[in-house]
Design a protein around this ligand. Structure first.
Ligand code: ZN
Length: 174
């Protein structure tokens, strides 16, 4: 099982390098994608970026089978090309930040471009939890974590207290 890099590991603060198109179909990259899905579901989480498994490359995997979830998605060399005008606040957590949750405000809709695991171009719009997850994961590719996106640190909450006081609100552990 891949090991998750935790906050304080310098790799989480680096800019991830783009992946060469010729490497996308390689056994190594395809296996890394499968291993990342396995590690993500094992935690469990709904998204995982390659820097979180100590690979500084532009690759993220995502998926959430719950109600209100979204399909399994692999994004290679992704970029957000449009942000919707509306902002929404959601609780977020992170597999690299143990035991903390915090409220983050982000655009409610994004349009993202990138490549899938076969190297084919992707271009789609996402909203709801999917949009939150995409923005959180793409932040990992530029060395940012959700704590950097919190405008008000007063909502920062330890897990036990989160479950006690705030659990009823939607959370995304990404
Ligand atoms: Zn994260």
């Amino acid at each position: 099982m891949l090991k998750i890099a935790k906050l304080g590991n310098p790799i989480l603060r680096k800019m991830a390098a783009p992946i060469d198109h010729r490497e996308i179909k390689s056994f190594e990259l395809q296996r890394l994608i499968d291993d990342m899905f396995e590690a993500m579901y094992d935690e469990p989480g709904i998204g995982l970026a390659a820097p979180q498994v100590s690979r500084s490359i532009q690759l993220v995997v995502m998926g959430c089978k719950d109600e209100g979830g979204f399909p399994e998605t692999v994004l290679i060399n992704p970029s957000i090309v449009y942000y919707g005008p509306e902002q929404v606040e959601n609780w977020e957590g992170c597999l690299s930040v143990d035991g903390l949750r915090g409220k983050v405000t982000r655009p409610s809709v994004v349009r993202v471009k990138g490549l899938d695991r076969r190297g084919k171009p992707l271009d789609f719009e996402a909203s709801g939890l999917y949009a939150v997850c995409i923005q959180h994961e793409l932040d990992h590719l530029i060395g940012k974590v959700f704590l950097d996106r919190m405008k008000d640190m007063s909502t920062l909450t330890q897990l036990h207290e989160f479950q006690q006081y705030w659990q009823k609100e939607p959370t995304s552990v990404i």
